[in-house]
Design a protein around this ligand. Sequence first.
Ligand code: CAA
Ligand code: NAD
Length: 301
Amino acid sequence: MSVKNITVFGAGLMGAGIAQVAAQNGFKVVLSDVTEKALQNGLQIIQKSLARVAKKRFAAVSGQEGDGEGAGWTREVLGNIKTGTDAGQAVSSSDLVVEAIVENLEIKRNLFGFLDRKADPRCIFASNTSSLSIGDIAGTCSAERLTRFGGFHFFNPVPAMKLVEVIKAQHTSQETFDTLVAVAKKMEKVPVSAKDTPGFITGRLLIPYMLEAIRMAERGDASPQDIDTAMELGAGYPMGPFKLLDLVGLDTTTFISNGWREKAERGEIPKELVAKIPMLQKLVDEGKLGRKTGQGFYNVS
Ligand code: CAA
Ligand code: NAD
């Protein structure tokens, strides 16, 4: 199936990035969120990132920053993005919906149940969830839609990270899977195939690692700074786990951990992976959510 029009739900860190790379690669994008303020936040993220990309792409050509060619390209990319808070209208001519809203199963299920009644029956639905089951998220959709429902998991920061995990859930058709792979490639990403298991490939390894790093600091075994330095210089990671936690968002990390607790209750993952972490909860309670609020484990303003 040919995809031209993409609707992205959620104009936060991930939705903004996904809308940007789609628009950069010629797709017509509608970016939708619940408030105008959230949409403005998303557009700001996109503009900041585009300035960075344009500076790099066009500096070699012109030797100057922010001049005509870069500005023209930026205008063209932004011209591919429309925004709106009316979810029904946002999917009225959509070929593909990519959902990147808050990591909460019930909220995602409600959105997809609503969209299932509004979107064209041929429209493909996909979720960018980090940790929830695609089958569970899709559960409010019709049997027909389930064949057109898959996982489409991007990485943060989306414009810089090359990977997309494409998840074939129980009912995802081969055609849907192939279409998502083709869209990922057109977005200049490298797709890998993953099953609908907790955290897919990357999250199943990264989430326990990040949570264990907080527990290590909480036990007083080492400071966050020393743990980061150790993993950067000793293991070659581009950023240590605390810098990564601040990048991902401590709210999102908490939602992921809470969601996984239910999976642990069902025996899908070991319970000790998701035991509550007071140090993380305290920061979230104080509104210190990482880069998005200017403070998390580090002061990042
Ligand atoms: N927009 C556009 N480009 C960006 C960007 C952005 N927001 N952020 C970084 N870049 C680009 C830079 O322009 C630069 O490009 P070139 O190499 O072509 O010049 C490149 O990315 C590297 O950026 P910097 O030189 O500024 O900084 P860096 O070398 O420190 O890299 C980083 C920054 C890419 C974020 C790197 O630190 C990194 O890879 N960190 C790990 C990120 C990671 O693990 N992400 C996954 C999180 S988990 C997840 O996403 C899944 C989940 O479900 C929770
Ligand atoms: P975020 O908090 O930055 O943004 C979430 C956005 O969703 C907000 O703008 C919010 O207003 C909006 N939203 C909430 N309910 C909505 C609804 N019903 N309809 C439309 N918009 C709604 O979150 P994020 O970090 O962008 O994460 C979004 C999704 O992507 C989550 O499922 C998360 O697990 C996943 N993800 C996150 C990362 C990461 O590093 N942060 C990486 C990969 C995947």
